[in-house]
Design a protein around this ligand. Structure first.
Ligand code: UTP
Length: 265
């Protein structure tokens, strides 16, 4: 059983400037709660017991949010507003933090988790991808429990949008999961399929060796996709299509649609 998860939250959020100069994308409000709260809830609902959040100098708001607000709780009791106490609660899970000195890429952020996960397999959840419906991570857990392999969440995406994603090439197996044979980051032409990688993963510790060997790739960043491609040479990596609806809050139209969907539910 996978008990540890890593949430990388140290990126600059350039697509969402200027607000991300001061408000981390991971703290964007969604019906009163920050985006990362939903992702921590998904991790807990999937059986995760310990979380490492990768932050940076400008992301201390995330640590503050998950801390206990003792003065606020005392205030609410003093002024007889105890009915609001439940709104100050955060998910009951052990959270620790590590700082990425600067945003050298998602792969670099994940490599910082090695002392936390050791040799165990672990989950990764990107906090700017929010899933509604069945927790996407729990679906990956089911696959990992059966195959003990790396597992990636994918979604079918319209052809014109594939250039914004990592895209897998894979063979559909009898279990209804894809056995990945290749993965391409943001293909400008000839995407290998219509299956785009979304922000949920389970990795064995082999990913760290591959990340350590990498040189900066697309955009000068240490790309997670490059490490996954290297893993394919020696280990199985499966993909499962998530059943839930997925929203990338770095895209304003999806952020607005997410809020509307929650309000309508
Ligand atoms: P994204 O690429 O979606 O986020 O990374 P970003 O880089 O912050 O945003 P844009 O693309 O410039 O608008 C996915 C997740 O990985 C984290 C981000 O914080 C985000 O939650 N990340 C990315 C890191 O922790 N470190 C990095 O070096 C890069």
């Amino acid at each position: 059983m996978i008990k540890k998860a890593v949430i990388p939250a140290a990126g600059y959020g350039t697509r969402s400037l200027p607000i991300t100069k001061v408000i981390p994308k991971e703290m964007f409000p969604i019906c009163g709660k920050p985006a990362i709260h939903y992702v921590v809830e998904e991790a807990v609902a999937s059986g995760i017991e310990e979380i490492l959040i990768v932050i940076s100098r400008t992301k201390n708001l995330i640590m503050d949010y998950f801390d206990h607000s003792l003065e606020l709780e005392a205030f609410l009791e003093r002024v007889n507003k105890t009915h609001l106490l439940k709104k100050t609660k955060v998910p009951n899970v052990h959270i620790q933090y590590v700082r990425q000195s600067h945003a050298k890429g998602l792969g670099d952020a994940i490599s910082l988790a090695k002392p936390f996960t050791g040799d165990e397999a672990f989950a990764v959840l990107l906090p700017d991808d929010i899933f509604l419906g069945t927790p996407a991570l729990s679906e990956l857990m089911e696959v990992h429990e059966k195959h003990h392999s790396n597992v990636i969440a994918v979604k079918e995406v319209a052809a014109e949008h594939l250039k914004d994603y990592g895209v897998i090439k894979g063979r559909l197996t009898v279990d209804g999961v894809y056995d990945i044979s290749d993965i391409v980051e943001k293909p400008v032409s000839n995407p290998p399929s219509n299956l785009a990688v979304t922000g949920r993963y389970i990795f064995t510790s082999s990913i760290y060796r591959k990340l350590n060997d990498l040189h900066p790739g697309t955009g000068g960043e240490i790309q997670l996709t490059d490490a996954i491609r290297d893993v394919l040479g020696s280990e199985k990596c499966l993909a499962r299509i998530s059943s839930g609806e997925r929203f990338d809050i770095g895209k304003e139209e999806e952020y607005i649609k997410l809020i509307q969907s929650i309000n309508q539910a």
